[in-house]
Design a protein around this ligand. Structure first.
Ligand SMILES: Nc1ncnc2c1ncn2[C@@H]1O[C@H](COP(=O)(O)OP(=O)(O)OP(=O)(O)O)[C@@H](O)[C@H]1O
Length: 613
């Protein structure tokens, strides 16, 4: 319940509406409980004394109480809608913003399906609890207390019968709540896993198809769905057991009341009107008693949902803006330094970077080379603060990146990755993603001319012109309607459009054919001649164009120099970048980047690749 209580601040702005809703619910409950008292007065008064003149007053009283009860019920519903829906919207917005602020290491640990279910369905559960169950849980418990007091005033023995019958319900409800909550939590976790399976099977549909693993994924999905059904059935069986207790006991109480009350009326120690009123009150209390089961179930589900929600919200945001950000140097020259940088991925077996010292001169092009897993992507990710070093520091023109506002830093350091993520939207939306809008920065180059220029630089203008609506063409989710090379070029155009001071390319040309890659590189050098470019690369053609090559091995800088220097003095480097002689294309690459050669390792696989789409 602590987790649910933590949601209370979301209701604080609407506390008067919530108070109104609770007041309306209490009022309707009191109106309902007053009816048996009018009944008592009617039976023991006008009916017993045959005073027909007073009859309309009692009938009018009944009608008035009925109308008041109905109006207040409707008012509760109306009053609670706004707080509950605003709570849902605000909680979703906050968790979505938090997820965006969390570092990459968080995203490496969490399944996206879990984040999806916590943002969507768990918040819905909390909203539903606030809108309905929370109010009724309070009102119905109060109704039981007030009802017992009314009964005690009417006939203490009848009140005692009802109390004795209802007391075990508290015990049953407590046991139920404890068991139900565990199963509810498991069901929510499993529904998150189910979302992940669906998401992965949709995003990975190509891989699953070519490896014929579609049926296996369906089997996994079905198995998870079957387990989810099992948990839902367990929830139902607990609810049914509780339901049995909370319906049987009030029935037994009414039977006992009629037995004892009937005898008392016969002996004259109780009036008929009092017995009728007491039985009516007991019958009225059945609804609050009956609902106690599913309201408690709802509370348990909402509590489990709130636990899951806060689990994400409590994840620390480690990459934050400094309390007093320093201004960006003006102008930004683009000198990047790494000073004794160490980085260990949370849960990683070994440190990914170990004591990296590096100076990247302003305006130079530096290629980071290393065997797979040597730490290239990790190093590049630190330049735009996707994560912070575990120790050591990264500076831009002498300022520690952690002293700059994140938005400022990311307006001058732009990245493109080997996995070119595109979003559902138009080509224009995707390419201008990194451009600050005119209202957040002067002279934002967000006109179509600038977009076309960026597309021309990355040799993407040709295929974009051929699209049905050119820049306004909507590309599907993940850009799946485009080839890998086309997507990479759009991602690259997106990185250069904001005219960054530092451009970070993490294998961002890996899907291009050799000729296009060479053309794009040549064009990039022309356009970005004053931009510091840090590129993870493998191809000798690219490496030769770099002013400096940084050779990483096991998270350390093993050597730096030009490509030719490293080829001459570092056997490990030579082995890494030079294709074995028997490989097709070997040697041709040595003649130049556009000659269509591959390199050893990943680039070797791409030798001679021709773009077909
Ligand atoms: N999220 C993570 N959690 C734990 N370890 C990680 C994580 N990401 C990377 N690593 C480890 O950190 C090391 C460096 O990884 P990194 O991705 O930086 O290598 P890389 O040189 O870019 O490799 P590649 O060329 O294959 O992309 C590797 O040993 C890798 O297994």
């Amino acid at each position: 319940m602590t987790s649910l209580r933590r949601c209370a601040p979301y209701l604080r702005p609407h506390r008067w509406l919530m108070a109104g809703a609770c007041g309306a619910a209490f009022g309707s409950m009191l109106a309902g409980l007053a009816m048996p008292l009018v009944l008592q007065g009617l039976v023991d008064g006008p009916v017993a004394e045959r005073d027909f003149a007073a009859l309309p007053w009692f009938i009018g009283g009944f009608a008035l109480l009925g109308v008041v009860e109905a109006v207040l019920l409707g008012a509760r519903r109306l009053l609670v809608v706004r707080p509950a829906t605003r709570l849902e919207t605000a909680m979703r917005a906050d968790v979505a913003a938090h997820i965006q602020r969390l570092p990459l290491s968080f995203h490496a640990r969490w399944q996206s399906g879990q984040l999806l279910s916590r943002t969507v369905s768990d918040v819905t559960e909390i909203g539903r609890f606030v809108a309905f169950s929370a109010v009724y849980l309070m009102v119905n418990v109060a109704a039981l207390v007030v009802g017992l007091l009314v009964l005690a005033r009417l006939a203490p023995v009848l009140a005692l019968i009802v109390f004795l019958a209802y007391a075990p319900m508290v015990l049953a409800t407590t046991v139920f709540e404890q068991r139900f909550r565990v199963v509810a939590r498991s069901a929510q976790e499993l529904s998150g896993d189910l979302s992940t399976t669906v998401e992965e099977s949709v995003l990975g549909v190509r891989v699953l198809k070519v490896f014929g693993r579609g049926p296996e994924t369906v089997r996994r999905f079905t198995e998870q769905a079957r387990r989810l059904r099992g948990l839902e059935l367990r929830k139902l069986s607990y609810t049914a057991a509780l339901w049995w207790v909370i319906t049987a006991l009030p029935d037994l109480a009414i039977v006992a009341m009629i037995g004892y009350g009937g005898h008392s009326v016969a002996t004259g120690s109780l009036t008929l009107g009092t017995l009728m009123a007491a039985v009516t009150v007991a019958t009225y209390l059945r609804w609050p008693a009956d609902t106690l089961g599913w309201l408690t179930a709802d509370a348990s589900t909402a509590a489990a949902a709130a636990d899951r929600y806060w689990q994400v919200r409590d994840e620390p945001v480690t990459v934050t803006d400094p309390p007093r950000p320093l201004p960006l140097p003006s102008p930004v020259r683009g000198e990047v330094r790494l000073e004794d940088v160490h980085y260990a991925h949370p849960g990683g077996r070994a440190a990914a970077l170990r004591g990296v010292d590096l100076t990247i001169r302003a305006g130079s092009t530096v290629a980071v080379v290393g065997a797979t897993g040597s730490g290239k992507s990790t190093l590049l990710s630190l330049l735009s603060r996707l994560d912070d070093p575990t120790s050591g520091r990264v500076t831009l023109d002498g300022t520690d990146l952690r002293d700059l506002a994140l938005a400022d830093l990311r307006s001058v350091v732009c990245s493109a990755f080997d996995d070119p993520v595109l979003f559902s939207g138009t080509v224009r939306d995707n390419v201008t993603l990194g451009v600050r809008r005119p209202d957040t920065g002067p002279d934002a180059p967000d006109g179509d001319d600038a977009v076309w220029e960026a597309l021309r630089t990355v040799r993407a203008d040709g295929f974009v012109s051929a699209l049905p609506e050119r820049l306004s063409t909507v590309i599907g989710e993940e850009g799946l309607g485009l080839s890998g090379g086309q997507r990479q070029r759009l991602a690259l155009a997106r990185a250069i459009l904001p005219r960054p001071s530092v451009l970070v390319l993490d294998d961002a040309l890996s899907a291009l054919d050799v000729r296009t890659e060479a053309e794009v590189e040549a064009a990039l050098r022309g356009v970005l001649s004053r931009v510091t470019t840090v590129v993870a690369a493998h191809r000798p053609g690219t490496l030769r164009l770099a002013d400096q090559v940084v050779f990483l091995s096991g998270g350390r800088v093993a050597a730096t120099g030009t490509h030719d220097e490293l080829m001459a003095r570092e056997p490990e480097y030579r082995l890494l970048v030079q294709p074995p002689p028997e490989m097709p294309g070997a040697g041709a690459d040595a003649e130049g980047p556009a000659a269509g050669a591959g390199a050893g390792g990943p680039a070797g696989d791409r030798a001679g690749k021709v773009e077909t789409r």
